[in-house]
Design a protein around this ligand. Sequence first.
Ligand code: 1GP
Length: 279
Amino acid sequence: MCSRTHVLAEALLITILRSECTAAQGGLSDMLGRVEQYLIDSINEQGAIHLTLLDPEKVTRSSARTLAKAIDKSGSAGIMVGGSTAVSVYHTDEVVSTIKKLTKLPVIIFPNDLVGVSREADAIFFMSLMNSMNPYYITHAQALAAPLVKRYGLEPIPMGYVIVGDRGAAAAFVGQVNPIPFEKPSLAVIYGMAAQFMGKRFFYLEAGSGVERPVSPEMVAAVSGHIEIPLIVGGGIRSPKMAEQIVRAGARIIVTGTLAEKASPEFLRRVIRSIKKAA
Ligand code: 1GP
């Protein structure tokens, strides 16, 4: 970078950081934003809730329209937008703004990287991929994204995120993860506890989108028995029975993505009903 550009970039960053410091003086109670408060209230009222994940790489503007209408009537509490290999923020912006015209459900970014940060969304899961072997995915991308999140007025929702499984998931490959083996619930427990002790307000156990094997109810029960923050579980959940077992084991939010893309709207509604029944 030439020195003049460097000085300008530095000045911009300092301006953004200054306004952030002023806002930070409000204290912790001011930090729970509208979307996070809505998630917490919904969990408190219903016991457990469902979020639908839309991968911008798998939808066009027109299929996003159809999906948004179906999700709006499905009983899902909100829509997450993100995908491991998404690269175009323009397309993500387009998908998010299309969805927002058709539903009042909150749209929460589920970022894979800086390119996932869409200015059109309501909030962002400000997540650390805790079992990545690359510090970029644990804290560095987050630091680079922070000024952008502030500038776009996105509500950051702090979350610890770990990937479970046998390396088959795209998220594990892209995020350079050392996955927690399915058979080792105790390793998931210590990450959950660490997430809570580090001040994350949600903890997410991810098996990976489209995988054959979801996180087991045994692992979910072990983790939920050791943490107080809401536990989110996703990846490979495709039937009412699976969803029910994971909720009974203590998950507070179930995320499904593939279901909305591939199953009928009626089947999605059935899965969501089973979550509410089991809660
Ligand atoms: C969100 O990756 C999941 O945690 C979504 O997984 O596409 O398998 O539902 P599915």
